[in-house]
Design a protein around this ligand. Structure first.
Ligand SMILES: *Cc1c(COP(=O)(O)O)cnc(C)c1O
Length: 378
């Protein structure tokens, strides 16, 4: 371990946590220093919203803290039930199932849908939790080059697998670009496959009232297995899978990461109901976020290196691990917290600063970031 940890250090790949001592909106005190946080997925600035905090407190008073057992034993409360109904309706599906985290949805739902002898077709850049679910399923995993519909079509056409599952992120978490969902659904229909859409970075942000990437693309189909996560734009914690009533009933019976774990705290469901209200009424927040994205894209930051993203995720590619880390340090010294993302989270040679913008930022804070990026010494 010592030897390999040293090797990680030498390669500029040793990770360490920074500890937050206090926060208020986008202002975070980290390692004793006041910063503006551009490292969070709190896209709507809801993570410390007073209405959500109050709902959590009300929830704790009403239900206590722990759920005490798994959902299938005695840990399923009326507020979980209400939240599942609201989440399903919000994303235009018949039913949904609430989990404690998105990692648990993705690592559990894929093995519940496909197994040995089946085939999974996944974009090269899908989230690690989907990769882990695919490996756990023991189905044959084929990864197509990022966004390459022709390669996907060819692989689907060549497959004799009895069950096929196409897996994609809606918004890719480290690149910020959006998957071609209508084309993916057409291929799923043509080749009789499921289409799993991980909308971790679209839920709450994209589409009318923040109903997500499928709503934005106007898609609805019983082939879609929709995944939303609730720790990003929703500002709380948790995740859900939504789809047809039959799909959800199946997953309730078969998903090990749902069955063999304690139910999420009911106070979180109470907080999430309040978060959903704010998301539904959140056009002003989404407009604010769009203005920040526009401002950053319009600025003369080294545009050649800023990936072509229209979402809150704005990656600045630096390539080298040490260079990415040095830039992040420089920004931190200027009071701007922007994470350096390195392999294995992103492919070798594509280390980057992952800037994430939020409705919780002020125009002045975004202007300060732009100024610092323009004077980065790399
Ligand atoms: C964050 C993320 C997840 C995991 O969700 P958690 O609720 O944080 O476990 C899954 N998929 C994608 C694309 C993500 O970005």
């Amino acid at each position: 371990m010592e030897r390999e940890l040293e090797a990680l250090t030498r390669a500029g790949l040793r990770r360490r946590r920074r500890t937050v001592a206090a926060r208020s909106a986008a202002r975070y005190t980290v390692d004793g220093r006041p910063t503006i946080n551009f490292a969070s997925n709190d896209y709507l600035g809801l993570a410390d919203h007073p209405a959500i905090t109050d709902a959590a407190i009300r929830g704790a008073r009403r239900w206590g803290v722990g759920s005490g057992a798994s959902h299938l034993v005695s840990g399923h409360f009326a507020v979980h039930e209400e939240l599942e109904r609201r989440l399903a309706a919000f994303v235009g599906c018949a039913a949904s199932l609430l989990f404690s985290t998105g990692y648990m949805v993705n690592s559990g739902v894929i093995p519940a849908l496909v197994g040995r002898g089946d085939a999974i077709f996944a974009d090269r850049l899908i989230h690690a939790s989907l990769v882990d679910g695919a490996l756990l399923s023991r189905a044959d995993l084929r990864r197509y080059p990022h966004g390459d519909l022709a390669a996907l079509e060819k692989a689907l056409a060549a497959s004799r697998a009895p069950r096929k599952l196409i897996v994609t992120d809606s918004v890719f978490s480290m690149d910020g670009d959006i998957a071609p969902l209508p084309e993916l659904l057409r291929l799923a229909e043509r080749f009789d496959a499921w289409l799993m859409v991980d909308d971790a970075h679209g839920f709450g942000v994209l589409g009318p009232q923040g109903r997500g990437a499928c709503a934005q693309a106007g898609l609805s189909s019983e082939r879609i297995v929709y995944i939303g996560t609730l720790g990003k734009a929703a500002g709380v914690s948790g995740a859900f899978v939504a789809g047809s009533a039959r799909l959800i009933e199946w997953l309730l019976q078969k998903t090990r990461s749902y069955i063999f774990t304690t139910g999420s705290a009911p106070l979180l469901a109470e907080a999430l109901l309040a978060a959903l209200d704010l998301i539904e009424e959140g056009d002003a927040r989404r407009d604010n976020l769009a203005r920040h994205i526009g401002a950053l894209r319009a600025a003369k930051v080294d545009r050649a290196e800023l990936l072509p993203s229209t979402t809150a995720i704005q990656p600045l590619i630096l390539g080298d691990n040490a260079r990415a880390s040095a830039c992040a340090e420089q920004l931190l010294e200027a009071g701007l917290w922007v994470p350096a993302i390195r392999p294995p989270t992103v492919p070798e040679g594509s280390s980057r600063l992952r800037i994430s913008l939020s409705a919780g930022h002020t125009q002045e804070q975004v202007a300060q970031l732009i100024g610092a990026l323009q004077t980065l010494k790399v």
